[in-house]
Design a protein around this ligand. Structure first.
Ligand SMILES: [Fe+2]
Ligand SMILES: [Fe+2]
Length: 273
C-alpha cells in the first residue's frame, strides 16, 4: 500500500502534532491509518460510484454521429487523427511481417498468448491466443469467423476451432473454467445486450464439442490481456509459430489460397477498389 506522507501527517493534525508524539504513538497511528485506507479501498462502491454502462439503445443512438462504422477493421480507421502511410510489405510476406507491419491488435494478442504460456497451456492454445484477434485488423464484425477463415489453410483444425468459437463463448460465463463476463462487453455492447441467434447457436454447438476447452481457454486468457503496463514481444513465440503455422513460400497474399485476398486487403489497404 502506498502512503501519502502529507495526507497522513495532516490526518494527525500536522507536523507539530506529530513531533509531540512518542515513537509508539506514531507507529500506532500509522497502523490505524493504513487499516482505514485498506477498508476504504475494499469497501463496495456506493451506488453513485459504480461504473455506468450504456444500454443497447444508447449505443445505437451514437451510430449517426460517426463518419465510420464500428465494425471497420483497425487498419482502415485511425484511432486518433488521420490514418498513417504504411510501410510496404516485403515480397514473400510472412506471418511475422504482418505482426510487425500491419496487425493492429498486437499487444493484446501477445499478452493473451503470454498468459497461456505462463499457465502451462497447450501449444495449440498458446498459438490460438497469439492470433485470436488479429483479424480485427481487417474487420471487427464476426472477427472470430473471419479470423478462423483467414488462418484455416495454414493451421491445425483445433486452432481454427479455437479462433472461430472464442467469439461466441466470450458472451457466456464459465466460472468453473475461470471465465467471467467482462465489464468491457457491457461497455461495448450495452448492459442489456442479448447475443444474436447465430451466436447462441454457436455457443451451444461449441459447448457440447470435444474441443470446447480450446476456445474457452482463449476467452480465459483474453480477460487478462488488456494491461497497459505489460509489454510482451513476439520472440518467445517464434518456435511455436514455426511449428503451428504453415508459412506459404510465395508469401501471405501471393499464394493463391482461397483466403489470399484477405491478407492482400491488409497488405494494400489503400487500394481504392
Ligand atoms: Fe476476440
Ligand atoms: Fe481478445
Amino acid at each position: 500500500m502506498e502512503i501519502d506522507r502529507r495526507l497522513f501527517i495532516a490526518s494527525l493534525g500536522g507536523a507539530a502534532a506529530v513531533a509531540g508524539m512518542d515513537h509508539e504513538a506514531r507507529a500506532e497511528a500509522l497502523e490505524d491509518y493504513m487499516s482505514d485506507q485498506l477498508e476504504e479501498a475494499l469497501a463496495p462502491p456506493a451506488d453513485d460510484e459504480k461504473p455506468k454502462f450504456p444500454t443497447v439503445a444508447e449505443l445505437e443512438a451514437q451510430i449517426g454521429t460517426r463518419p465510420f462504422r464500428r465494425g471497420a477493421g483497425g487498419v482502415f480507421v485511425a484511432g486518433r487523427g488521420n490514418v498513417k502511410q504504411l510501410p510496404p510489405m516485403p515480397a514473400n510476406a510472412t506471418l511475422l511481417d504482418y505482426f510487425k507491419l500491419r496487425f493492429t491488435t498486437v499487444n493484446h494478442v501477445l499478452q493473451s498468448a503470454n498468459r497461456a504460456m505462463k499457465t502451462g497451456m497447450s501449444e495449440e492454445i498458446i498459438f490460438a491466443c497469439l492470433i485470436h484477434d488479429v483479424s480485427q485488423t481487417l474487420i471487427k464484425v464476426d472477427h472470430g469467423w473471419f479470423g478462423a477463415q483467414m488462418f484455416e489453410p495454414y493451421v491445425s483444425p483445433k486452432v481454427t476451432f479455437a479462433v472461430r468459437y472464442h467469439q461466441a463463448l466470450r458472451f457466456y460465463p464459465d466460472p468453473a473454467h475461470g471465465y467471467e463476463y467482462p465489464d468491457l462487453y457491457k461497455r461495448m455492447f450495452g448492459v442489456d445486450y442479448e447475443p444474436p441467434v447465430h451466436i447462441q447457436a454457436a455457443y451451444k454447438y461449441a459447448k457440447n464439442h470435444k474441443w470446447y476447452l480450446e476456445p474457452r481457454m482463449v476467452t480465459v486468457n483474453d480477460l487478462y490481456a488488456f494491461d497497459p503496463n505489460v509489454k510482451v514481444t513476439i520472440e518467445p513465440f517464434l518456435d511455436i509459430v514455426g511449428r503451428q503455422f504453415k508459412q506459404p513460400k510465395e508469401g501471405l497474399g501471393n499464394d493463391n489460397s482461397p483466403v489470399a485476398h484477405m491478407w492482400r486487403a491488409m497488405a494494400l489497404p489503400d487500394a481504392p477498389l
